[in-house]
Design a protein around this ligand. Sequence first.
Ligand SMILES: [Zn+2]
Length: 622
Amino acid sequence: MTPLPPVAARSRKPKPTAPGVHYRVVAHSTQSHLFAITLSIAKPAARQRVRLPVWIPGSYLVREFAQHLQHLRALQGEQPMLLKQLDKNTWQVESDTALPLTLTYEVYAFDASVRTAFLDATRGFFNATSLCLRVIGQEDTPHQLEVTPQNLPAGWQLATGLTPQQVDAAGFGTYLAADYDELADCPVELGTFWSGAFTARGVPHRFVVSGAGGWLDGAQLLADTQRLCEAQIDFWHGTQEKAPFSHYLFMLHASGEGYGGLEHRNSTALIGKRTDLPRLGEKKAATEKNGPMPALKATDGYTTLLGLISHEYFHTWNVKRLRPAEFKRYNYDRENHTELLWLFEGFTSYYDDLFLRRTDLIDDATYLNLMTKTVNQVQQTPGQRVQSVAQASFDAWLKYYRIQENTPNATVSYYTKGALVALCLDLTLRAEGKGSLDAVMRELWARSDAGGAGGPIREADVARALKRVGGRAFETELRHWAHGTADLPTLSLLAQAGAKVHLEKAPLAQQLGLRVSETNGAIALKNVLRGGAAEAAGMAAGDEWLGVEFAPDQGRQPVEAWRVNRLDEVNALRGTRAKLTALVSRDKRLLRCPLVWPEPTQAVKLSVADAGLLAHWLSAAR
Ligand SMILES: [Zn+2]
């Protein structure tokens, strides 16, 4: 017989309590670009510390979000409490632990990127890493976020990946996060955005677009995105398992210029060019294979946008769940170094375009054009001989994210070279008849620390997964490709896989060892590449190339000198002469740089040689 519980205990059934950490976010005013935040802590510590993150996961740079925080005050009831700043992003309040503690502050929000926060009369957006002070000691308790429409223009809506608790039809109200990490991983979009929805493999997906006009072909955008989502869910889970999220949100801000995205656990924030979006009335090329909604014959811009969508969605698995061991728990107060971004960003970059091909959103020729760009970008970066992709990953905080004039000489992109490492591994596995990189990714997913659901991994896990799928050790490849600075066997593997490799003359700037911008009739030198002709001539980043001078031919006088406005004019004026003097302006001084015209260097161009072989490479493998 089971004893009955004491009557008193039965009658004292606990009521569901409100979370101990509650944020109320109000627009102070759209004109001042200020959000006003009220943070309520139900049970504060005697010395309660609060901290604002210095970085946002996915964007590997210390951005010091506290620089935008102001007017911080602490109250218990009506009583102002003693508040002390301990370091750049930490404050401490002396509080009575028996009473709730309230902190109020403002955050300036006028960065249109996906990484921080923005507010004006047209749109609002924020990441909790910019707005929500972390309550030290209570990070793992439920967090409530309340966003009100107060002071916002009429008709605004709210979209976020957070779980709604009590919200109105426009989305304003209270949301719940299981802990601070979830709150930090669910950005919020505010405004009069376009909104659409679809279901992919049983999972509801919503797509909101801000900054677009009535010309937007939302149905096309939804249809193409849905194909990508279904293909990626099938990639990771086949048709048996479910996706590891119950709903997903795309937040795209269409802007005049700009491009970028940030991945989150069940959402992504994207920025794309307005002109890259599909427009109503644009001609669509229907093919039977593509089903009822034909794929848009993608323009270059739309292909770029779909590639971004594909990239960030792939991250939902590859970096948000399957992730470097160092990201097991983010440390929001400092750099979180890992040597594995070549896998988490590079492999994601390999698969983003590959999924465009696998879902017939682009054809073979377009796919190879995109691959051509990646191959040339790596080849034309002197930094590939200085840093391995593992080092570039570790140093992302210091080098890749701090772009300056010497960046191409000092570092290699773990995105582009990482994508080529993925390509080389995939083509090697396929050529040896031992599976594919697809199988390696699923092997990693199945065997990570989380036991079959993605989770923290180390490079040793990558080596083990390659060995299990490939039937042999891949340590040599990993050592040379991920930790070395020599060329990858990209071109020979591509040729074996059905691509034709042509070599053509590199663009003029590349031949001279330069990256330039040519605007308003001025040639501005952005980068001078290591070992190139421009470096040998003494030209420097920041110079303006004004003119050229040629020494007199025998018997001919005087010196021949010309003003130039574009780089191709230099070449035309040169004719067949091997030497010239470049006239440049640096810090208002005019300098003469003796330039020896270099032998032509070559760039790669890929095209289709054998469509059958290509199909074998580009198709999904199980
Ligand atoms: Zn990425």
